[in-house]
Design a protein around this ligand. Structure first.
Ligand SMILES: C[S@@+](CC[C@H](N)C(=O)[O-])C[C@H]1O[C@@H](n2cnc3c(N)ncnc32)[C@H](O)[C@@H]1O
Length: 412
């Protein structure tokens, strides 16, 4: 079974959009004859010079990494979510979105499909988390706040860390966490004292002779440049105060705070200053990095900031990702390398009982299918060249039967 290989349903209008957009294309490929108020607004704001929105109604390009996987993977108009083969008139399946986030196929997302989409889009790619985890050296015990489905925890587990407790307000995400990672979870709102106390109690249960790291970042919507709720007054922004309270009570050797890069510029940098001040107050030293997931072997362009607060252990710098080593850097993993062995679907189809179409054809597919470990995968990445040509031919639009060389790319 290929769990979560389910293609979201599309409306008749969405199917018209899908027919018009080639691999690497976007809303600009949709003719004005397709009736859409939203597209009309996008065209008008583009004409006024208010941003190109180049990922909207985007179709993935097989030889490129994907754009950021959002929590709305089933909506063509909310990002670059259309399947890379033009003949497949659909968005990514939930399994495909999970793969682009580097969750292996054995990791099963549970709950209604909207909840599944949220868990996948919200996650830190486990491969990126694995790479971060290795920077902490000797593995120890882990506390995961705002844990979601557990992207951060999974990466730390791959590096040998053990969970003491994870917490989140979302019960579907916590069910996914329990199913795939660890049973010790606290479901609830960290602003409630009782919830914080339960987390702290479970976090004290581990062996005190091994290192303890607390990971997690409060939700980012309030900070995100993508949303329109980007205000310092947004109540969720204050969750970092609860985060700091828990850090003090759990007293880990270090903590890792993850968030969207929009946090840095919000309110002309004032929000970031407040967050860093709060984090500095519970650490001896903090270090801030901006990371791009595709440099760490994830087939997705996803930028995040990572702040590590050092309390008891010596500070370190985060090494560059394996694909940034060398003069020109390595070629990021492409969508085709990531998804090429998964069976075709039509919109709305549940393909969980279908078979893989081939044996794993790339190191990434081997990782996804449990044939190789994160450690071996990352080791192989560092020898990957900068000129890997993962694709020479693209299937052409529906029914023409001809073959076309590399479709055009959406500008970023
Ligand atoms: C960006 S996601 C975390 C993703 C996670 N680190 C991962 O790697 O999968 C943020 C999470 O914060 C949770 N959250 C939001 N408000 C919360 C609150 N008041 N208390 C606890 N969790 C909350 C959300 O349910 C969401 O799962």
């Amino acid at each position: 079974m290929i769990r979560n290989h389910i293609a979201p349903k599309l409306s008749a209008l969405d199917l018209q959009f899908a027919r018009a957009v080639p691999p690497g294309g976007n809303w600009k490929d949709i003719p004005e004859s397709v009736p859409s108020q939203r597209l009309k607004q996008i065209r008008e704001s583009y004409a006024r010079g208010e941003g190109s929105r180049s990922t909207y109604y985007g179709r993935l390009h097989p030889s490129q990494p994907s754009y950021t996987i959002s929590t709305y993977v089933g909506r063509p108009g909310n990002g670059c979510h259309l399947h890379y083969e033009w003949a497949q008139l659909r968005t990514l399946s939930y399994r495909e979105a999970a793969r682009l986030q580097s969750f292996p196929d054995s990791f099963v997302f549970t709950g209604p499909l909207t909840a599944v989409s949220k868990q996948i889009g919200n996650a830190v790619p486990p491969l990126l988390a694995y790479w971060l985890a290795t920077s902490f050296g000797r593995p120890g015990n882990l506390v995961d706040l705002f844990a979601g489905a557990g992207g951060l925890s999974l990466g730390f587990h791959w590096a040998g860390w053990k969970s003491l407790v994870a917490s989140d307000i979302d019960e579907h995400a916590m069910k996914t966490f329990v199913r795939n990672i660890h049973p010790n979870v606290v479901v609830g709102d960290v602003r409630e004292e009782d919830i914080r106390n339960r987390i702290v109690e479970l976090a004290a249960s581990g062996d005190s002779r091994v290192p303890k790291v607390l990971v997690g970042g409060p939700p980012c919507q309030g900070f995100s440049t993508a949303g329109n709720r980007r205000s310092e007054a947004d109540e969720r922004n204050l969750l970092f105060n609860d985060y700091c309270r828990i850090v003090e009570a759990v007293d880990p050797d270090a903590f890792l705070f993850e968030n969207v890069t929009g946090l840095i510029n919000m309110e002309s940098g004032r929000v970031f200053e407040r967050v860093s001040q709060a984090l500095r107050s519970v650490a001896r030293e903090i270090v801030v990095w901006r990371v791009s997931a595709e440099e760490y072997g994830v087939p997705q362009r996803r930028k995040r900031i990572i702040i590590v607060g050092f309390r008891k252990r010596a500070a370190f710098q985060l090494p560059h990702g394996p694909l940034t080593n060398g003069l020109f850097g390595g070629t990021p993993i492409s969508v085709l390398e990531a998804l090429g062995d998964l069976p075709a679907l039509v919109a709305g189809e549940n393909g969980e009982t279908l078979e893989y179409v081939t044996a794993p054809k790339s190191d990434y597919q081997s990782l996804m299918r449990g044939c190789t470990s994160a450690q071996s995968y990352i080791a192989a990445l560092s020898t990957r060249g900068s000129d890997v040509d993962s694709l020479t031919e693209l299937p052409d639009p529906i029914n023409t039967g001809s073959v076309r060389r590399r479709g055009k790319l959406a500008s970023s």
